[in-house]
Structure formats: structure tokens, C-alpha cells
Design a protein around this ligand. Sequence first.
Ligand SMILES: Nc1ncnc2c1ncn2[C@@H]1O[C@H](COP(=O)(O)OP(=O)(O)OP(=O)(O)O)[C@@H](O)[C@H]1O
Ligand SMILES: [Mg+2]
Length: 416
Amino acid sequence: MLHAYYLPLPNALISILKMVTLIATIIYTVSLVINNQLSYGTMIAIIAYVPLIFSPLDNFMAFILNIRGAEIGISRVLNIYDKGEKVLQQRNDNIIKLSNNIALLVKDLSFRYDEKSDSILKNLSFNIKSGKKVGFVGLSGEGKSSLLKLLYKENEIKEGHIEFYGTDINDFAYSNYFHYINVFPQESEIFNQDVVFNIALGKKSILACKKDKIIFEIRNMFDKQLNNFLKYQNYHFQLDEIRETFEMMGILHLEKEIIRRDYEYILNELTSIHFHKTYVTKEKLDNVIKKTKLEKFYGRPLGEGGAFISGGEKQRVILARFLLNEHYRFFIIDEPFTSLDIISEKEMINLLKEDLKDKTGIVISHKFNVLHALSDEYFVLKDGMLIETGTHKELYKKDSFYRELLKTYIEENRID
Ligand SMILES: Nc1ncnc2c1ncn2[C@@H]1O[C@H](COP(=O)(O)OP(=O)(O)OP(=O)(O)O)[C@@H](O)[C@H]1O
Ligand SMILES: [Mg+2]
């Protein structure tokens, strides 16, 4: 397959070739004009046509770049898929139990991107209780996003241990885990489609009045499938998407006794996972688009990577995606609203605050107004270590790094 490393060279050669051809054409035609062998008008026409000769070559290079983009995308998908496959081979009946009151437990976690360099995160240990919202504070490049990527399985855990509601996160199937967490990443993909596509990401939009009927049908379908699964040793699923939902929950690796014992719980979870993976109500979709003020982008492509929208609008799209998710148990928000004006920022913070009421999770932001609106307590990272924890009041009373950062922030944002 063609690789990015090979692309700069042909690109540079084509540019040189274009320039040389153009200069040669100019010199040659000018000499013909001087010798009265060519009219001035024809010379201009010939020079104007030269760039057109290269347009097929430009198209070809654009095509190669597209292939390269697709190659990167495919390798990321396969990377995630591989992780999922690895996980699915494990047996763990904890997968279906999310009853622990410690939502997240991190133990002796160290992390480095490169074996040769120093650790970015050094022996971190902490926990987040169910119902708590924690703001992570720290200087830029401290490793906050890297920590979050470990939590949502984008970075691989090599040293230490992370538990999600009592279960090692490595024991969750990738897609199942994502049913339980809702991520607002620092950077995210935007597709060259309209706002509905970019937010719903493949989910079917249905009217709210049809929701109960669809849930009822899904429940019946899974009831039948689960029964058949228990009845026959080697059950063959007729639909890949049903098998996929079973796989997501790790059902295929559960003891039949466990399935019988937790039948109702499993049935409800299967129904909920399948519904929320497949459908979204049109009312909710429209409401989220309206609240995030993205109505003008109905039916209008946003450009590859959001090329046709502003930085602030990109963040609204990411926020809208986040708000559309309903049935998650833990949120991970990394540096939202870095490109919004102060009024939009306030509106969006309020939207997020409303959505996060009674939820559990982590917020990272350099902006203390964002942190204070969305968190109950703070964890301070410095030199890869967790140096302070506590509420704003507790940390502000002390001669803490938190206090130093907050004071500098206030000082820098003051206009006399
Ligand atoms: N994929 C990567 N490969 C190698 N090094 C990386 C990678 N991603 C981040 N780093 C490095 O790891 C360190 C921590 O990066 P990280 O993005 O976690 O910082 P951060 O605390 O989130 O910073 P910010 O507040 O600026 O977002 C940085 O020095 C960064 O250069
Ligand atoms: Mg970051």
C-alpha cells in the first residue's frame, strides 16, 4: 500500500516539473514571438494552457492522498477491533455486574509512550466514587489526556491496573465499555456529511411515539434468542447484529447458570444496549441540535475534518454528540470549549452542567470557570504524580499548587 512517507517526494517532483515546463514554455514562446514566428495572443494562450496539462496529475495525487487518509482510518478501526477481539476471548461473569460504589479505581498506574523515555504518569493511585465529578488540574503536557486515553482504552495499560465498577477494564469488550462511558475528547473526527449524520453517527432516527413499541419488539427478540442460546449448545444466530450485541455483553462466554440467575438483568441490558446502539429519537436529535445551535447545518456538509465550519462550531458538534448519549454511567470530558466566545461558552457550560447532574466522571480543563461548573472535587497532577486532592475550599485554604494555578489564572484574566 502507498505510504505517506513516499508522498512528499512525488509532490515535490511534480511541482518542480510544473515550474520547469512553465519557464521553458515561456522562454520558448517568447523567443518565437521575438522572431515573429508566433503572435502575442497565441503565446498568452499557450502559457495559459500549460497548467491544464497537469490537472490529471494533480487529480491523481489527490486520489493517492485520499487513499492514504482511508489507510489511516482503516488501521485505527482494525487496531480497535483487534483490542475488542482479544477481550472477547476472556471469560468474566463480572462483566454484567456494575453495582460497585467505586466507579473508577486506578492502582499503581505508570505510563510512557516510548520504552526509552521517562514515564509521563508515575505510579498513580486514586478512586472516584459513584456520583462524584472530578476535575483534573495540571500544566499543559502533564499527561492528563494520556491518562484519559488509558481510561477509554485508546492507550494500552502496561503498568498498573484500572477497574470500572469493580471489573478490570481489560475484561470489558471494547464496544460494551463504550456503552457505559461517554467521551468528550480534546480532538475528534468530523465527517463531510450534515449535522444529523455527524451527531447520530449511523443511528436510525425514529419518532418518540414509536420508541416503546420498538423496545418491546427488541426485548421479545432477545428473550427468544437468549432462550435458544440456553437451550442449544451451539446456537447459530440468524442476524449478525444480534450476535454482536451478545458478544458486546460477553454473553457468549458466560456460564449458563449465570445467565439463568441474572436473566432479567441481562435481558434488560441487551435491550438497552441494542436500542441505544441502533436508534435515537428524532425529538432528542432535533432538541440537541437546537440547544447546541447547529440548526443551520441540517443537510449541509461540514467538510472533511470540519473544513467548512468554524472551530467553535466543531466543538458544538462534539458537544452535541456527547449530549445525544443517554445511557452511560461515566463521562470523560477533555478540554471542552477552547474555541468559543465567552457568551457561547457560558451557554454550553450550562447545557453540559444540566446534562451531568447526578452523573459520575472526569473533567479536564485549563479554565477554572469550566472546572468549577462541572466538578465537585479536584485532583492535581504534577510531574506525573497526583500531588493534591480535595474540594475547592479544602485546596484553596492550603498553600497548594491548585491555589497557585487558580491565582495565576485569575490574575491573567483580569483587565484593569
Ligand atoms: N501519541 C503520542 N506519542 C508520543 N508522545 C505523546 C503522544 N501523545 C502525547 N504525547 C506526549 O505525552 C505528554 C503528555 O501529553 P498529554 O496530551 O497527555 O498532555 P496534557 O496534560 O493533556 O496536555 P494539555 O493540557 O496541553 O492537553 C506530552 O509531552 C506529549 O508530547
Ligand atoms: Mg490534553
